[in-house]
Design a protein. Structure first.
Length: 237
């Protein structure tokens, strides 16, 4: 029984696809998986949200979406503009804790970065992780600028006494530039935590069969995969 909180150094960097990869690797090991999305923004009623994307790619996961707001904004702003109640950290923690009694792995995927506000009181995904005493997996981009964002996220985690499980590159380019190649060595230093996976660019467009077959090769053993940072770095050169 494990809960992992998945956050990112920003938005649109591959959190949902990484969440799906972790779920797929766990399902391949015969583990039961639940995915919680505290606040889904920018999606209309009836449209697929992130938890639906995870299920399509990874397979038979239990999906829980606590709140949905139509505008693609921070959850607190989107809730306020929609005239709807915001999601609260204790609600997320309670939902995840209940699912953890029924599943081997629960993944809580945030919106945007770690400190994006859920409500006007300033509650964030970090507060959810504190309530759950859960480790946090950080998803980061590959290229220029990622080191500063990753270091700031790591600093915020340490300030709250939260364990950082590691960093996954959410979209590794087919032709990595010099910055991306150097960041393989520099990201762990910026994060103060290991690099534990690299998901290839465009993986979200893979067929479910391809995605489920390949996902374990993108993730380190601590995430249920077989990816090896040393071998990958040596191959990149």
């Amino acid at each position: 029984m494990t809960v992992i909180v998945v956050t990112g150094t920003g938005t649109e960097i591959g959190k949902t696809v990484v969440t799906a990869a972790v779920a797929a690797a766990a399902l391949a090991q015969g583990r039961s998986v639940a995915v919680v999305k505290p606040a889904q923004t920018g999606v209309a009623p009836g449209e697929d949200g992130d938890v639906d994307v995870v299920r399509r790619l990874a397979g038979n996961v239990t999906r829980t979406e606590l709140a949905r707001f139509p505008e693609p904004l921070a959850p607190a702003t989107a809730a306020r503009r929609a005239g709807l109640a915001p999601v609260r950290p204790h609600e997320v923690a309670e939902a995840a804790a209940k699912l953890a009694t029924e599943h081997d792995l629960v993944l809580v995927e945030g919106a945007g970065g770690l400190l994006v506000r859920f409500d006007d009181d300033g509650a964030t995904l970090a507060d959810v992780a504190v309530e759950l005493a859960a480790p946090v997996l950080v998803v980061a981009p590959a290229g220029l600028g990622t080191l500063n964002m990753t270091a700031l996220t790591a600093e915020a985690l340490r300030a709250r006494g939260l364990e950082q499980l590691g960093v996954v590159v959410g979209s590794w380019p087919g032709r990595p530039d010099l910055a991306a190649r150097c960041n393989l060595a520099d990201l762990p230093q910026a994060a103060g935590a290991p690099l534990v996976g690299v998901v290839p660019e465009g993986a979200g467009a893979f067929s479910p069969v391809e995605f489920r077959r390949d996902a374990p090769a993108w993730l380190a053993p601590c995430l249920g995969g077989r990816w090896d940072v040393g071998a990958f770095t040596a191959a990149i050169g």
